[in-house]
Every structure is written in C-alpha cells, then in structure tokens.
Design a binder for this molecule. Structure first.
Ligand code: UT7
Length: 335
C-alpha cells in the first residue's frame, strides 16, 4: 500500500465576542492584573456565555476552514472534534457538527486528549488520508472551558478561555504537509489536572456539587514542570523524525498555556522568539483550540507562508503531549 503525504488544505477559527478582562476577574477573586500578566502573560480571554454550547463555536470554525480549503461539507469523509468540553457526555460533538454541516457521508467522533487534543486529532485524521481510505478529513479543536471554571478559585479562573479552530486534511505531494508527528501520554499524572465529578467514577450528586467537584482542579506547579520538560522534548523529537533541527524552524506554534512555559521551551530549542506565534495575551488558555486558532491567525496574517517549516507542540490533561512538524503548503481543494 502506498502511504500518501497529508497536508492542511484550509484553516478557520471562531472566538466568541464576550471578553473577560483581568480587571473583571479582580472583582471576583483576590487577584490583580500585575500578577496575572507577569505569572501567565494573559490579559483577557473570551467566553461563550450562557446557552452557547461548544458545537456553536465548532460550526463557525468548521465552515471557515471548509471555505478556505475549497471543500464542500458533503465531501467530508470524517469529522474529528478534540474537546474536553463537549455539548454532552454523548452523543459526540462531532456527530452534532456532522448534522449541522450536512456532511452526510462523514463518519464522526470526538477525541479527548486535553490541550494536546488538536495534535492528537491531526495524527488520527492524517492516518486515514495517508492510507487512502479518506480524501477529506475535518479536524476541530474547540473548548468552552469557562463553563468548567470555578470563578471563586483564583488559581484556575484567570487562565482559561473559549474558542474553536479547525483544519481540513487532504492528500499532498511528497515532501510537503505533515512531515512527522510525535504523541505521548503520562497517565500516572492524570490527577494533576482533572474535573473529578460528572463521569462514571463520581456521577454528579448533591455532594459533588456542594464540593465543587464538577469544576477544573489543577496542581498548577506540577503541570508547569511537566509542560516545560515535554514541550521542548516533543518538539525536538518531532524535528528529528523529520530529519530537521531547531535551527530549521521558521514558525513555532506552541500550546498557549503560560508565557513562561513557552519562553522556557523556546529557550530550550534555541529558537528566535520572533518565530513564535503568541495569542495567549488575548485569548488565554483555550486548551484544544489554542493551536488551531493560533495557526489560523498565523496563516491568514501571512506569518506562515508556503514552504515554511512549522512546528506545533502541546501538552495537557491526561497528561498528554504532542508535536507535529510540517512543510507548510496548501493542497488543492475540490472546487
Ligand atoms: O494547558 C494545560 C493547563 N495547565 C496549565 O497550563 C498550568 C500550568 N501552570 C501554570 O501556568 C502556573 O503554575 C500557574 C499560572 C497556574 C501558577 O503560577 P505559579 O508561578 O506556579 O504560582 P503558584 O501556584 O506557585 O502560586 C504562587 C502564589 C501563591 O501564593 P502563596 O502561597 O505564595 O502565598 C498562590 O496562592 O500565587 C498565588 N496565586 C495568585 N495570586 C494572585 C495563585 N493564583 C493567583 C492569582 N492571583 N490568580
């Protein structure tokens, strides 16, 4: 069987309009703009607001990515949605999007790999295109984390925001598109970042609600250490697999969790900070949405150009990590 190369034929994103500033959070918890900016780099984040499910964000991002790719929804073969904030436990958000888009022949499933979800989605989706089983795969990374945040917990409520980004995968010429992928997990660290209640282990009860167990709980310091270690390592591994070194990188698109984590990874790689895409100051940590939103902005603003070597790297709940090296190109859609 001939394995095909796979490229990103189109990207799109959507950010809800409602903004939560650091000043807004100062009114809710004992925090201040200076602490948030110096410890995280975040100035504001978006919130989908009441009554707006994650699928609404996915839908707009998906439409924009399909338009950019020149691919019709009815020609999609597979829809993957990476999220930890699905509309429901089931059915999957991917199925909701499949119906909304009218992607009648597409299979659909959700992927749960925390903030590494979009890169896991790229990895899963690209296998189907590489083997020739499918031609058009839509990968969405989307979150409405502000719905899982405890707005009385200053250690987490300042960090997270809502948004969605999407990419359409298609076959590409050899040597272009995705050059390598690295995925990994350290499940023993799962308790460091979790929502303890709402699943089969701790179904929601009056007690779990009283204890706030349906909110995000995080041992920030430990996750920070994991992130600093794995971001650099995963990026280097991905480059090595592609036969490249950090000096070859034109653009780095890191998961946007904390500016200090990004700085440490960039230092470790020895990459010029000017090559790093940052939107964390405006959107906070959007988990699985952070990389595809940053990617979309970078492509549309011309920061990523054809022929560029692009590295995306992420870490997140699970614990998980992932990295992807691409030779940026735009495979033709089916106009
Ligand atoms: O995408 C994966 C998701 N997870 C992450 O990205 C988290 C990675 N971790 C981090 O980004 C950082 O660990 C945090 C930003 C969460 C915390 O920064 P830190 O430098 O690790 O701070 P810390 O937890 O060690 O806390 C230092 C101090 C503490 O006070 P004391 O005990 O020294 O008096 C905290 O209570 O800062 C306090 N603090 C705050 N102060 C003002 C914690 N949160 C806040 C806050 N405002 N929002």
């Amino acid at each position: 069987m001939k394995i095909r190369s796979v490229g990103i034929a189109g990207v799109g994103s959507y950010l809800p309009e409602n903004v939560i500033t650091n000043a807004d959070l100062e009114k809710l918890v004992d925090t201040n703009d200076e602490w948030i900016v110096t410890r995280t780099g975040i100035k504001e984040r978006r919130t989908a607001g009441e009554g707006v499910p994650v699928s609404d964000l996915c839908f707009v991002a998906a439409k924009r990515a399909l338009e950019d790719a020149g691919v019709k929804a009815e020609d999609l073969d597979l829809i993957l949605v990476a999220t930890v904030t699905p509309d429901f436990l089931f059915p999957s958000t991917a199925c909701i999007i499949q119906a909304k888009l009218g992607a009648s022949k597409a299979a659909a499933l959700d992927i749960e790999a925390g903030c590494s979800g979009f890169l896991y989605g790229l990895a899963v989706g690209s296998q189907f295109v590489a083997t020739g089983m499918y031609e058009n795969v839509l990968v969405i990374g989307a979150e409405t984390l502000t719905k899982l945040v405890d707005f009385t917990d200053r250690a987490t409520c300042v960090l997270f925001g809502d948004g969605a980004g999407a990419a359409v995968l298609r076959p590409e010429e050899d040597g272009k598109g995705i050059l390598s992928l690295v995925l990994g997990a350290q499940g023993e660290g799962g308790e460091l970042l979790q929502v303890p209640a709402g699943g089969s282990r701790n179904p929601v009860s009056e007690q779990t609600l009283r204890d706030g167990q349906h909110y995000i709980k995080m041992a920030g310091n430990d996750v920070f250490k994991f992130a600093v270690r794995t971001m650099g390592e995963a990026a280097v591994q991905s480059l090595e697999k592609a036969g490249l070194i950090p000096a070859d990188v034109d653009v780095l698109v890191p998961h946007q969790a904390n500016m200090r984590i990004i700085d440490a990874a960039v230092k470790r790689l020895g990459i010029d900070p000017g090559k790093v895409i940052i939107n964390l100051d405006r959107f906070g940590n959007m988990s699985a949405a952070s990389i595809p939103v940053a990617l979309d902005e970078a492509v549309k603003s011309g920061k990523i150009k054809n022929g560029d070597t692009v590295v995306m790297v992420a870490f997140g709940a699970g614990l998980t990590y992932g990295a992807c090296t691409m030779k940026w190109s735009k495979p033709e859609g089916e106009r």
